[in-house]
Ligand binder design. Structure first.
Ligand SMILES: [Zn+2]
Length: 466
């Protein structure tokens, strides 16, 4: 039995209502990591456990076998063959600052054929697309030689402990498959990601400093209280903002300075206007703080060139390092950094190089490596990559977008090359200016992109498992 892309698409289109309804339902679970509701059976909080239970209940009602890995993760299983094709998806989301949204982030809204809501793109819409693809294969009763498992994790955005738990508790690890949490065509590798912190003595002219802090998100707004804001400082601040094309404001009682930039994911610093960098840069320069001017210069470019860690490779991709945010704690200024490093580089060696450079500028600064996760790389000519790439090219009739190494981190790294990233976001979707991307305010996903993903995932699962 074979289906061409038009046939897959017309089958997928008949599931449109279900796609919208189930995505809407998933968005209504506020699956943000919530330490206040953690229990033994809710390892990442109540909403994450409930959302997983909802997915597993739905799948069971649809006739699938399911396994709940103690609410860390779950699997929806089809077939009894030992060899497994896996699709790894996540149900948790990053938090949303509702003041920056046009509507409640946890109530899905549809406008102009785009579904908005936290998780619509990352990764609840794609999770439902993958699930419906499996459901279609089951509804068609196609004969397959491999089993298919949809793997649902609940802690992708804050450490991936869900996948560690699943991988150490299952005897059914897939031998091939994909992660539906990326861009098309195929991500055949991922950069490593690291969180580092710079700690330096609080400059005397800064009373307080804050920017919205979430691991891996470059803050779009930063605020500082400084000792005294006079006319000269006010003029200089306005001048700095104008020459750097950023927004600034000084509060009514002349006590705080704010820079409004643009937040972006730490893996894409080129999409951000880094409010923290600009506010620190302005203050250090205005107050002639020479050592810190040299320090902040290291982060003017995000390719690591001023830290001696610049690395660009046609094969493994390019390194980036960016300031995420900053705060004051115990009379120290704390600056958080996000580094994305090509998978063949060693983070501990990079750390030593950065530390040496920082100390040569300002010996009072300490650098810590708080957390890191290595990436992966598979040969782009291997069978899995070639198969998935050809399916994408066929469905989108696009031979001009290339598979690549991604600077982002997904579950794919946990499967050591057995799974690769495969859609469903497209490069065209990433260019939509009026739609928030993953982790951003007003996150949205085109319903047609999700429907196309359903058809592509049907085709891919069938080809991998038949
Ligand atoms: Zn994701």
């Amino acid at each position: 039995m074979t289906f061409n892309k038009h046939e897959w698409q017309s089958i997928a289109n008949t599931y449109k209502e279900q796609l919208i309804n189930e995505t809407t339902r998933l968005i209504s679970f506020k699956t943000v990591y919530d330490p206040s509701t953690i229990t033994k059976d809710q390892p990442f909080g109540q909403a994450n456990a409930k959302c997983l239970q909802h997915m597993l209940d739905m799948a069971r009602q649809d006739g699938f076998s399911v396994t709940n890995y103690n609410h860390y993760a779950g699997t929806i299983e089809y077939g009894t063959a030992d060899e497994i094709v896996g699709v790894a998806c996540h149900l948790d989301v990053v938090d949303a600052d509702s003041t920056q949204w046009n509507q409640d982030p946890f109530v899905a809204t549809i406008k102009d054929n785009i579904i908005y809501g936290r998780g619509s793109n990352d990764s609840k819409g794609p999770t439902i697309a993958a699930y419906l693809a499996l459901k279609i294969l089951a509804d068609l009763n196609l004969s397959l030689s491999k089993s298919i498992h949809i793997i649902l994790g609940c802690n992708e955005e804050s450490g991936m402990a869900c996948m560690d738990y699943y991988l150490s508790h299952t005897t059914n690890i897939p031998s091939t498959g994909f992660v539906s949490d990326c861009t098309f065509p195929v991500n055949f590798g991922e950069h490593g990601s690291a969180v580092l912190t710079l700690t330096l003595p609080k400059p005397s002219y800064i009373d307080s400093f804050s920017s919205f802090l979430h691991k891996h998100i470059i803050s779009g707004e930063a605020q500082a209280h400084v000792v005294a804001i006079d006319q000269d400082l006010t003029d200089a601040f306005a001048f700095y903002a104008k020459t750097h094309h950023i927004q600034q404001k000084i509060n009514d009682n002349q006590s705080s300075l704010t820079i409004i930039g643009k937040s972006a994911h730490g893996s894409r610093p080129y999409q951000s206007i880094n409010a923290t960098y600009h506010l620190l840069n302005f203050l250090f320069c205005y107050f002639n703080d020479e050592a810190n001017i040299q320090l902040i210069k290291c982060f003017e470019q995000t390719n690591g060139i001023n830290l001696n860690i610049h690395h660009a490779s046609y094969r493994y991709g390019s390194l980036s390092i960016a300031i995420i945010g900053a705060s004051i704690k115990d009379d120290n200024l704390i600056i958080s950094l996000d580094c994305r490093y090509p998978s063949h580089l060693d983070i501990h060696t990079l750390y030593k190089t950065i530390n040496k450079q920082i100390l040569s500028i300002n010996p009072q600064v300490t650098l810590t490596l708080d957390d890191h996760s290595d990436g992966f790389f598979v040969d782009p000519n291997n069978q899995l990559v070639k198969t998935l790439e050809a399916i994408y090219q066929d469905h989108y009739d696009d031979h001009g977008t290339f598979s690549k190494v991604s600077p982002g981190d997904t579950y794919a790294r946990k499967f050591k090359g057995r799974l690769v990233g495969f859609g469903p976001t497209t490069s065209d979707h990433l260019k939509l200016k009026h739609v928030g991307q993953a982790h951003q305010p007003n996150e949205g996903m085109a319903i047609d992109t999700l429907l196309k993903a359903v058809a592509i995932y049907c085709d891919a699962l069938y080809q991998l498992a038949k």
